[in-house]
Every structure is written in structure tokens, then in C-alpha cells.
Design a binder for this molecule. Structure first.
Ligand SMILES: Nc1nc2c(ncn2[C@@H]2O[C@H](COP(=O)(O)OP(=O)(O)O)[C@@H](O)[C@H]2O)c(=O)[nH]1
Ligand SMILES: [Mg+2]
Length: 374
């Protein structure tokens, strides 16, 4: 059973779509969406009138959580939670929950834990201040802690995770995971949130209605077996790239992408209906990140999705602008109408057949920093 949620986000179509896709990735069932021109009004993150409205709405809907698609200060979170008597998740907590759900290897679990502690650390001071003011006794269970004790405790936990990480066995686990899949070629869907990965996944898996074999359910809840031109292949939906990702989450994010390293083909799903500026930025960040984690270029296919709402001329123009013009590894598709799906399958099939030997990549090398923030 999914937990239910009321989602508060911006009054912009793209923001709503992204927020909905994030809630979906975290497995929340959205019962209601509140759109706001501005988020982060001082006391509650919302205007007081809106809070009253939300109170009534929450009484009727009784959601398990309220998801607030922005960062909330501890005081705002506390005020809103007290007013509504419901757990509040801000955008960063939501993203961390998604990573937590997706983390599989011990390294990935540690990376996510580390990011969660960083989140806590950045809020520790204010939490302690709130607790000390006596206004919020026992707030978040830290009322009895002194600021230094609390800080040191988080620091201590972070350090012990860092030590474990330095000894972790990512390579070994990845190989073990790869061995489990032996006998099957694998395809993974990557790309930004709301590009249409899940829609494409459902289209491709819905066609054959092949049940996931028991063996693979332990690998991932989002991996299924499909028939691709008479061959059985495994296809996985992945966590996806997230725009406005805070810098401290980047390692945790990358660790959730590790399954891509041993996938035969990565389909990067791109929302071609987005403005060129966004498109370029996202395209670049996908390509760089995949390269960093060790996915070689010849294993990537670009699926330019949502072509049902963009004219062919515009698509070609955008293809040129993102620098894909001379590549034969892209295709415009529509996961909704099914446009070009047979061609996509052919392209995947051919890529699987001609799959070159995996390149040797040293994953232990430090990686170049890139800025994922907008
Ligand atoms: N017009 C159009 N919308 C699409 C297409 N594929 C997905 N969408 C919409 O884009 C939004 C995000 O899709 P989703 O599959 O959840 O994206 P994900 O975050 O990448 O898994 C949803 O509202 C989909 O209905 C497409 O081919 N055409
Ligand atoms: Mg999805």
C-alpha cells in the first residue's frame, strides 16, 4: 500500500510534472496538488490563509504526509507540522527518501546515509536553538541535547560512515549483481525526472506482459523481463536525474546510478519538448555523469521523447543544438502514442547485437566536479 500525500508545489506546469514524478519515485499516492506562485513564506512556508485551507483539506483527505516542493527550515517544518498534525517532507527529504529506496549496494546505502546526515547537520543549529528556547520541548527528539553534543554525534556518525566507505566493496558487489543477470542482456532507462522513463518502461513492458521472475525481484522492483524481437532481455527503470540537486547529494545520487555500469544498453530518455536552454543543460549533465560512472558512449541510445507535441523541424533543430546531429544513436519517440517504438526496438536490438567489449574504467579515480545546480 502506498502512503498518501498532499503535494504543495509551484504553479508552473514543469514544476508540477517534476514534483509528481518525484512523488511517484518515492512511492507516494498524491491525493491533491496545491499550486503556489511563491513558496517559502516565512512562518509556515505558506501564507496563513493557505494554511487554514490546507487544514480543512487535510481533515477531509487525511493524507499520511504533506510534501512541500522546496526547502523548509526546521522552524517552518515544525510550525506547519504542528498546525496540521501531519508529517511534512520538504523537497530534500523527499529526494533523500527516493535515494534510500533505490540504494542497493552497501556503498550506495552508506552514501545515502551520509547525505542524510549532512542534511541533518545543516539543520542541527537551528533545531537546537528551537529546542533551547523551550518553545519546542523535545523537538525532533533533541531537546535534551546540547548543541555541541548533537553536532559531535552527527559528525561522529559521518566519520564512521566515511571510514566504511573507504573500505567498501563497490566493485565486488557490482560484479556479483552483474553475474546474477547472466544469460540476459540488460537495458536501463536513464534521464531526468519527468522525461518519460516510467511511461516508456510501461509501454515496453506492457506490450509483452511478462511477469518478473522471482530471481530478479531481489535485484530491483523496477526490473522486468521483456521480449525484444524474440530475445528475452531485462529492462530497468532507474531513479533518474533531478534538477536543482544540492551539491551534498551528488555522490549519493551517483551511487544510485551504479546499476548502469553493468547494463548492456542505457537508453537516455530526453524530454524534447523542453526549451533549448534546459535541454542543453540536462543533456550535458547526463552525458558527463554517465561518463564519470563508467558508461561508455557506445552503450548509450538517446530517446527523444514527447515528440508527439513537438514538430519535426523543431526536433531536428534541437538535435543539432545539443550536438547529436552526427550521431546515429538517437531517435524521436513518443512513449504515449507509441510513435517510433518499433524503430527504437530495432535500434536497441542492433546495439545489443553489436555490443562492444566493456571498456575498462577505474571507478576508484577521483571524479571531476560538475555543478548540477541550476
Ligand atoms: N506528451 C507526452 N507526454 C509524455 C510522454 N511520455 C511521458 N509523458 C508525460 O510526462 C510526465 C512524466 O512522465 P514519467 O514517465 O512519469 O517520467 P519519469 O519521471 O521519467 O519516469 C507524465 O505526465 C507523462 O504522462 C510522451 O511521449 N508525450
Ligand atoms: Mg519515473
Amino acid at each position: 500500500m502506498k502512503d498518501s500525500a498532499i503535494l504543495i508545489t509551484y504553479d508552473k506546469e514543469d514544476a508540477v510534472k517534476e514534483a509528481v514524478a518525484l512523488c511517484d519515485a518515492a512511492n507516494y499516492d498524491i491525493r491533491k496538488i496545491i499550486r503556489q506562485k511563491f513558496l517559502n513564506k516565512s512562518r509556515y512556508g505558506l501564507g496563513e490563509g493557505k494554511v487554514e485551507e490546507l487544514k480543512e483539506m487535510a481533515q477531509a483527505i487525511k493524507p499520511d504526509v504533506i510534501i512541500y516542493d522546496e526547502i523548509l527550515k526546521p522552524s517552518q517544518n515544525y510550525n506547519l507540522a504542528s498546525a496540521l498534525k501531519i508529517k511534512i517532507l520538504d523537497r530534500e527529504t523527499l529526494i533523500l527518501e527516493i535515494f534510500e529506496r533505490r540504494a542497493r549496494s552497501s556503498e550506495s546505502i552508506l552514501q545515502v546515509k551520509l547525505a542524510q546526515l549532512r542534511y541533518e547537520m545543516s539543520r542541527a543549529k537551528e533545531k537546537v536553538r528551537l529546542a533551547k528556547m523551550g518553545e519546542q520541548p523535545g523537538f525532533m527528539g533533541i531537546g535534551k541535547f546540547e548543541v555541541d553534543v548533537y553536532h559531535n554525534d552527527i559528525k561522529h556518525r559521518m566519520n564512521s560512515i566515511k571510514i566504511k566507505l573507504s573500505k567498501s566493496s563497490r566493485q565486488r558487489e557490482l560484479h556479483r549483481q552483474a553475474r546474477k543477470r547472466i544469460g540476459f542482456k540488460t537495458i536501463s532507462l536513464a534521464g531526468y525526472t519527468s522525461a518519460g522513463k516510467t511511461t516508456l518502461f510501461n509501454f515496453l513492458t506492457g506490450e509483452t506482459r511478462e511477469e518478473s521472475p522471482k530471481l530478479f525481484t531481489t535485484l530491483s522492483t523496477t526490473t522486468r523481463k521483456i521480449i525484444l524481437k524474440d530475445a528475452e532481455v531485462l529492462i530497468s527503470d532507474t531513479v533518474g536525474f533531478i534538477s536543482k540537486l544540492p551539491a551534498y547529494m551528488i555522490e549519493a545520487f551517483k551511487s544510485t546510478l551504479e546499476e548502469l555500469v553493468h547494463t548492456d544498453i542505457v537508453i537516455v530518455v530526453i524530454d524534447i519538448s523542453e526549451p533549448v536552454f534546459e535541454l542543453k543543460k540536462k543533456f550535458r549533465s547526463c552525458v558527463i555523469t554517465l561518463d564519470e560512472i563508467g558508461v561508455s558512449k557506445d552503450r548509450i541510445i538517446f530517446a527523444l521523447n514527447k515528440s508527439d507535441i513537438v514538430s519535426q523541424d523543431v526536433i531536428l533543430e534541437k538535435v543539432e543544438q545539443i550536438g547529436l546531429k552526427d550521431s546515429n544513436k538517437w531517435l524521436s519517440i513518443s512513449a504515449i502514442t507509441g510513435k517510433n517504438m518499433d524503430n527504437l526496438k530495432n535500434l536497441i536490438h542492433d546495439a545489443l547485437e553489436n555490443k562492444p567489449q566493456p571498456e575498462k574504467t577505474d571507478y576508484t579515480q577521483p571524479q571531476i566536479e560538475i555543478n548540477y545546480e541550476d
